[in-house]
Structure formats: structure tokens, C-alpha cells
Ligand binder design. Structure first.
Ligand code: SAM
Length: 294
């Protein structure tokens, strides 16, 4: 008889809207031998919604050592375990990374399911760079450690993504401003829920007028990269066009080669890279003229 190997499924659950549960997620939950959950009461409600009855195993930050061993012992017996967190992707700012890593190391099958995640959901509607980004998650609670962490990432290119609790939000915005300076900020609040909202502006504008947002619910903060920040000054724009002249211009030329109109290509690349349209237009014209002469 063929031996059944232990299998760990990492199953995302909705971050607010039940419709974001995937068909496959529901099927895996209903086929698993056990469901390991961060909060069993919360997950019981989700399972009830889909009329799934399964033995639940509590697995969270404070019992992950002992319960991790227990889950591994079940995998050793060939059991199928579905791991869920309270919301979103297990292992993203959630317990789950530990058992996923241990199961991989022990040679069990580990299958991730795609699904809801607050960081990426916020990113794609942030209006900021989506090609390069760094997920920071929660900053350390102590201000001195939060600052240290921010100094480490201050020169990262691309969008920075943070999670934050509502009662810490104002203080975190202040620390972000102090360490990283003024940047474009998007705040995604209550994603996929009834009061979903986005605030977009500069970090300083929100610090100066904090009443512009409601400090309740769940939040993702997204900051533009230091490079985009430099671009806000005219000097920065020209400097960047010179320093990386080839990149935005080449991107425009590539789009033109695919058949896109020049004006449209310039508009798209300027928007994507946070460049001034006119500066980019002039730079492209210059490059085209030089190409013609060559
Ligand atoms: N594993 C989850 C994921 O994949 O997004 C993240 C869990 S982490 C413990 C919880 C944090 O995620 C919240 O404090 C908030 O920063 C963010 N978050 C979760 N749901 C959200 C939502 N609906 N809207 C905005 N942020 C959310």
C-alpha cells in the first residue's frame, strides 16, 4: 500500500470580506484532517459559514513551540493539515512561518494557496511604485528600535509597506517623518470592508492635519521610496533623468516599439516612475534626435 505523506497547506482567509475566500481554500479546509488556527473561535465561525466540521488545533505565537511539535507529529503520521491565521496569508506578520519552515525542513509537502493579503491589496491601489517594494510589516514597538529599523530601510528603493495598529498610528507617522523625511504616503484603511478608504498625500500634510483620517480599524501604510522623494524637486528630477537617463527613455522607446503612441508612452512612464512629463518628453525627443543623427 502506498504510504500517504504528511501535507501542510497554507490557506489564506479573507481580510474582511467573506467573498474573498477562494473555492480552493474552502475545498482544502473541507478535505484536511485538521485545521490549525491562530484563534480557534474565529476560525470556527469561518468553518461554520461553509458548513465544514473539522478538528481544530490552536496554533499561535505563544504556543507555537509545543504545538509545532504536535503538528509535525501529525504530519509524520501522514495527516493533511490546513493552516490558517486570523485573516489573510498565514505566515505574513502572523504565526505560521515557523511551522511552514519546520515542515519544509522535515521534508513534508508544503503547499501555499494564493489569496487575501492586506499588504499587496493596499499596494496595488496605492498609486505608488508597484515594481519595487519592501514589506516591513509592524515596526518594533519601542521607539528606539523602530527608529533603528527605519534607518536600515531609509535608502531602499521602491515602496515601503507597513502594518500598524490604530492606537499607534499617529506616533508611527511622526517617527516615519522624523527618520525618513517627507514622502508620499498612502493609508489603506479597512480594506475589503464596509468602510474601506484610502488617504493619499504627503506624510507632513497628515501630521499637520491629523484629523483628515479616522484612527479606527485596520491600516496599511505605504511610503514612496527615497528616490521618488528626491524627484519632488526640479533639481532632483533633472538629476535623476541624467543619472539614469537610459532607463526611463528606454522604457518609453520600448513601449513605442510595441506600437503605443509616443505621447501615451511618455505619460505612462512618467506616471510609473514619478517623473515630470515635460522633462521626460524633452529627454525622449533629444534621444530620438540623436538616434536619427547617428
Ligand atoms: N496575515 C495578514 C495578511 O496577510 O495581510 C496580516 C496579519 S497582521 C497580524 C494584521 C495587520 O494586517 C493589521 O494590523 C493591519 O495592519 C493589516 N490588515 C489586516 N487586515 C486589514 C484590512 N482589512 N485593512 C487594512 N489593513 C489590514
Amino acid at each position: 500500500m502506498e504510504e500517504i505523506r504528511g501535507h501542510l497547506y497554507l490557506v489564506p482567509t479573507p481580510i474582511g470580506n467573506l467573498e474573498d475566500m477562494t473555492y480552493r481554500g474552502v475545498r482544502i479546509l473541507s478535505e484536511a484532517d485538521y485545521v490549525a488556527a491562530e484563534d480557534t473561535r474565529h476560525t470556527r465561525q469561518l468553518l461554520n459559514h461553509y458548513q465544514i466540521e473539522k478538528p481544530l488545533i490552536s496554533y499561535h505565537e505563544h504556543n507555537k513551540e509545543e504545538k509545532g511539535d504536535y503538528l509535525l507529529s501529525l504530519l509524520a503520521k501522514g495527516k493533511q493539515i490546513a493552516l490558517v491565521s486570523d485573516a489573510g496569508m498565514p505566515a505574513i506578520s502572523d504565526p505560521g512561518a515557523d511551522i511552514a519552515n519546520k515542515a519544509v525542513k522535515a521534508g513534508y509537502e508544503v503547499t501555499p494557496l494564493p489569496g487575501a493579503n492586506a499588504a499587496l491589496t493596499a499596494l496595488i491601489a496605492s498609486g505608488l511604485d508597484t515594481r519595487e517594494f519592501t514589506f516591513i510589516g509592524f515596526l518594533p514597538k519601542r521607539s528606539v528600535h523602530a527608529r533603528e529599523r527605519l534607518h536600515e530601510v531609509a535608502k531602499y528603493r521602491g515602496t515601503l509597506i507597513f502594518y500598524e495598529a490604530p492606537h499607534r498610528l499617529k506616533e508611527t507617522l511622526r517617527i516615519l517623518y522624523e527618520v525618513l523625511g517627507d514622502r508620499q504616503l498612502t493609508i489603506a484603511r479597512e480594506l475589503t470592508k464596509r468602510f474601506e478608504s484610502f488617504w493619499r498625500g504627503s506624510l507632513m500634510a497628515l501630521i499637520e492635519q491629523p484629523e483628515q483620517i479616522v484612527y479606527k480599524g485596520e491600516f496599511v501604510l505605504l511610503l514612496s521610496s527615497c528616490q521618488e522623494d528626491e524627484l519632488t524637486s526640479e533639481k532632483g528630477q533633472n538629476q535623476l533623468l541624467e543619472e539614469r537617463a537610459v532607463t526611463p527613455i528606454e522604457s518609453v522607446l520600448q513601449l513605442i516599439n510595441t506600437g503605443m503612441a509616443k505621447k501615451e508612452a511618455i505619460r505612462q512612464i512618467a506616471r510609473e516612475q514619478g517623473l515630470g512629463r515635460r522633462d521626460l518628453y524633452n529627454a525622449v525627443e533629444k534621444a530620438l534626435a540623436e538616434e536619427e543623427q547617428a
